[in-house]
Design a protein around this ligand. Sequence first.
Ligand code: 0A1
Ligand code: ZN
Length: 854
Amino acid sequence: MKDAAPTTAPETFYLKDYKPFGFEVEAVELTFKLAPNSTRVLSKIRFSPKKNAADPRFFLHGEALKLISAKIDGAPVTPDLVEGGLSCETPDTPFTWEAEVEIDPAANTALEGLYMSSGMYCTQCEAEGFRKITYYPDRPDVMSTFSVRIEGNETVLLSNGNPTGAGEGWAEWHDPWPKPAYLFALVAGDLVNHPDRFTTRSGKDVELNIWVRPGDEGKCAFGMEALKKSMKWDEDVYGREYDLDIFNIVAVDDFNMGAMENKGLNIFNSSCVLASPETSTDANFERIEAIIAHEYFHNWTGNRITCRDWFQLCLKEGLTVFRDAQFTADMRSEPVKRIEDVIALRARQFPEDNGPLAHPPRPEQFQEINNFYTATVYEKGAEVIGMLKRVVGDDNYAAALDLYFQRHDGQACTIEDWLKVFEDATGRDLSQFKLWYSQAGTPRVQVSEDYADGAYTLTFEQSTPPTPGQPDKAPRVIPLAVGLLSPNGDEVRATDVLELTEAKQSFTFDGLAAKPVPSILREFSAPVILKRETSNAERAFLLAHDTDPFNRWEAGNALATETRVTMVVEGAAPDAAYLDALETLVRDDTLDPAFRALVLSPPSQSEIAQTLHDRGVTPDPQKIYDAAETFAQTLAQQLETSLPRLYAATTVDGPYQPDAHGAGLRALNGRILSLLTRLDGGEQAARQYQAADNMTQQYAALAALMKAENGETQSQAFFDQWQGDRLVMDKWFALQVACAAPETAAAVASKLTDHALFDMKNPNRFRAVMGALAGNHAGFHHASGAGYQLLAENLIALDSLNPQTTARMCAAFQTWKRYDSARQALIRVELERILATEDLSRDTHEMVSRILQG
Ligand code: 0A1
Ligand code: ZN
């Protein structure tokens, strides 16, 4: 049989094909003899065949390994080496498998398996990287204890679990908690540590360390505090204690993702753990605190209870993102965190869910699992848990989680196990709720209303557009938090959760003296798109009066979107009533500064493009850009007389502290400065740049100046000051591209790729330039096609070095069907060019094919 698929079409894996491994793994012993180009890995693994196994084959995964020798029960064997691993004849009774392999960490630019970063050895095994270290059943449902011996000249030799011995040139570790191979980790390097201790609530004394390269030890204190707060919070809120004698965190410069929750040895992208006031912005501090919490929380949700297979990824990721969001809300501000999360969801998950890459939080098939570490699995996965909590209530949620930990500790679980726990704890049937896990796409909820004789009726109709492979969708359970306001602004009905379960459903509120103004989807209680005919006057009313801070912001956001849409479509001027409302709000000192900063932050240009597309208008990126500029300029003029006072009033005195209150003030101050810069030609920003003693203010000033095309001097000064600091240089690289005008963005990015400090092998640096290009909406989508071409060229160049990062960045093209036919044609050429590349990785092949087909 022949079809159009290329002869090299990669294999597709299906959830429905799951079969358990035919052997128990009782214990794993590994010895590493480290050498940059020729590390030897010796494994000794005790296997025991299962009775009546569904799949009795002895198959071990292995990739890019040089097999030196293999033995079973001490006798040499010659396994069958096949694509992706080996198979071998084995006894019917328990046996010991031994193998010696050689690997080349120094040549490993894919940053998966054992690799070298800035002279240190480190590992990344999730999802399927362990098979690049030795032959093993590399699947999350195979769990075992690991004992590790490391031989190397480095001063610090780390692995999972507790240390069991060390001497000159060697160290041994034992992890008593059975774990899948993806949680294995090893680090070896001449590192220094920032030590501390934590006593768990049952009195266990735990040694804590953050390990970094010499020179970075001054950037660890904040991360350490975040770790201790996380440990305490998980005890207080989820009753979860830490379970080893030691917890190590290591910072590495070259890392494909943010961080990794390896048991007892978390490995972090240095950008997600190292922080100091001089080098990190408030946003960096907040993110670092959240990621440290996230990785720590995985110790229970991910490690003690792991996933049966990779289709269940959102079991650990959705829950852990949900938990880290709760943590951040507790540490900082709940409404601000919620607004930030919804902004991020709309920026990253909605485009995914409404384009060719749409997939359910639990996908049913993949070619390359690394392509499914997505906003849908993580962020929508967390939204689904938030809805579940809202549907069952807080007490039931707590009871269900206790049951989950009690019932499944030490197991590799599924979404079915997870939901069963909720059903058992609450007596509720969750079969319809489960659709959230299997259906892709963002539901639309159309709202209509009716008022007569004191009775107010809200009618909701839900529908979800088709997504790849899923033409028809069934109605889902949608919890809608709704409150009602009277025309004078009082709340006449406090928040109530209405539960939609049908395609069309009505709810009536009686006894109302006048037609109320509804506040629907408070706290963004479900990840849906709400559609309702409403007026700008009503939006302005909610912006001024809603008691739910999220919906208050949402009303402002809707106004901001509407005014831009009208500007783009009708060539109108910015809406005067909205400008007035913004002015009132900015000057209202009773409001949280962080909230005011959020209301002042414009919706992204990409989001405006999506809104236009949804309304049947082909978005013109240049026009959207022009509208944004005009709006900002008009707002600046409107606020002209108040800006200097507002700037002074939001300037934080005293030494920099990365706390939420100060961060909120600085965020507002930064917004004010950017408006002020449009009027004063950059005088104030130049002064702020000069005086700044922290990165937040230095960066805000530089950004304002560069946006005004008036920052050459400061940009050079910034470079001279920070060229020795990689993380700050990433900011410098990104900012040039982010601030570039549409017609120059590609040229600016292209020139930066020739810079002596550009290194495509470093994912942070590559993302700084190429991610900023993709994020510069009008620049990336410039009609010349130069943006598309530059990104494609760089993706092609990176693919053979680092498939994972290449594939992830292909998502920049996922929205291509929104745009006009000329742009679509330009993008198609680039996608086809990528696809035609010789020896293209499986990762990139899958992403580009899906984008082209969708
Ligand atoms: N589990 C980590 C994320 C992660 C996933 C894959 C990686 O390499 C391919 C690395 C990290 C987390 O959720 O933080
Ligand atoms: Zn995670």
